[in-house]
Design a protein around this ligand. Structure first.
Ligand code: NAD
Ligand code: MG
Length: 294
């Protein structure tokens, strides 16, 4: 283990091997396997007794969030696509190992009906709902707008934007004062890459939607914030999220000279979910390796 205090070398900072998977990809097949906190995240009771739903909870940032929420004392339901069942089973193991209830709810967020079912199932099986961590997302790189397919544009918006509205709408009858909603934008909302036209636009939409929602829900005592990750080593990047040639040096152009690991996002989701963030709403929190989110 290298110097564990230096952020430049605290986590993997070598070149990444060229690799690709088909969507949605599996965490277990990444080389190297990302650090989602399985052995590195330690909790301190910050979410004791809370009930949380995490979308995209099987892998990457969602997985790190689900594991951290459980280590902080929350019962956790995760949503993911059926193809990701093996990754999801591992997360279930870590949640239960933390002594918490784990609920697995596979399904496609592009379906409005499924979003309603997801909220109902999570509420019934967790016996409550206090935290929505909306982390699922789709990203496909395409450097030439003339090759951008309408199918891809639609699916990117249907995956990244619509489910936030649908899940929150369905959850309103359950969320009480003190509840926390956390969406996931991106550095792409603030510094968009030319090869991520549709994806960057969805992330800009999420930023704006989060602000509007926070303003609407403040009077009900419900806080709404968003997290803006920079380059993080997750399946999203090797299923077409990055042009292949970007994989080896992924993240190295950032001030901290490496990609982040999913576990490095977890403390921010935990803080925003916790009662300690009682005066924090309508904000975007960057975890970017140094790029500015304003
Ligand atoms: P990931 O591949 O581990 O997670 C994305 C998850 O989205 C998948 O695990 C899958 O379960 C879920 N998903 C995709 N389509 C779905 C659908 N139709 N129905 C249900 N679930 C679906 O990758 P990640 O990087 O951890 O992504 C998590 C979030 O972080 C995404 O919103 C992504 O846009 C955002 N983000 C990632 C990075 C990065 O560099 N990795 C940077 C900025 C923002
Ligand atoms: Mg996944």
């Amino acid at each position: 283990m290298e110097n564990s205090l230096n952020p430049l070398t605290k986590y993997y900072h070598q070149d990444y091997p060229i690799q690709s998977q088909t969507e949605p990809g599996l965490q277990a097949n990444l080389d190297p396997i990302p650090d989602a906190g399985e052995t590195s995240y330690h909790g301190s009771g910050q979410l004791k007794g809370k009930k949380a739903l995490v979308t995209g909870g099987d892998s990457g940032i969602g997985r790190a969030t689900a594991i951290a929420f459980a280590r902080e004392g929350a019962d956790v339901a995760i949503n993911y696509l059926p193809e990701e069942q093996t990754d999801a089973q591992e997360v279930k193991h870590w949640i239960e190992e933390a002594g918490q209830t784990a609920v697995l709810i596979p399904g496609d967020l592009k379906s409005e009906d499924f979003n309603k079912e997801l909220i109902e199932t999570a509420y019934q099986k967790l016996h409550g709902l206090d935290i929505l961590a909306l982390i699922a997302g789709k990203q496909q790189a395409e450097p030439d707008i003339t090759n951008l397919s309408t199918q891809n544009i639609k699916e990117t918006f249907e995956t990244n934007v619509y489910p936030i509205l649908w899940t929150v709408k369905a959850a309103m009858k359950y969320l009480k004062p003190g509840a926390s909603i956390i969406t996931t934008t991106s550095i792409q909302a603030y510094q968009p890459s030319p090869f991520l036209l549709d994806y960057a636009a969805t992330k800009g939409a999420i930023h704006t939607l989060t602000q509007a929602l926070s303003a609407q829900l403040a009077k009900r005592g419900i806080r709404v914030n968003t997290v803006a990750p920079g380059p993080i080593w997750t399946p999203l990047q090797v299923v077409g999220g990055q042009p292949q040639e970007n994989i080896p040096k992924f993240g190295q152009s950032k001030p901290l000279q490496r990609a982040g690991q999913p576990v490095e996002l977890a403390p921010v989701y935990v803080f925003l979910a916790s009662d300690r963030a009682s005066y924090v709403t309508g904000q975007s929190y960057g975890v970017t390796g140094g790029d500015f989110t304003n």
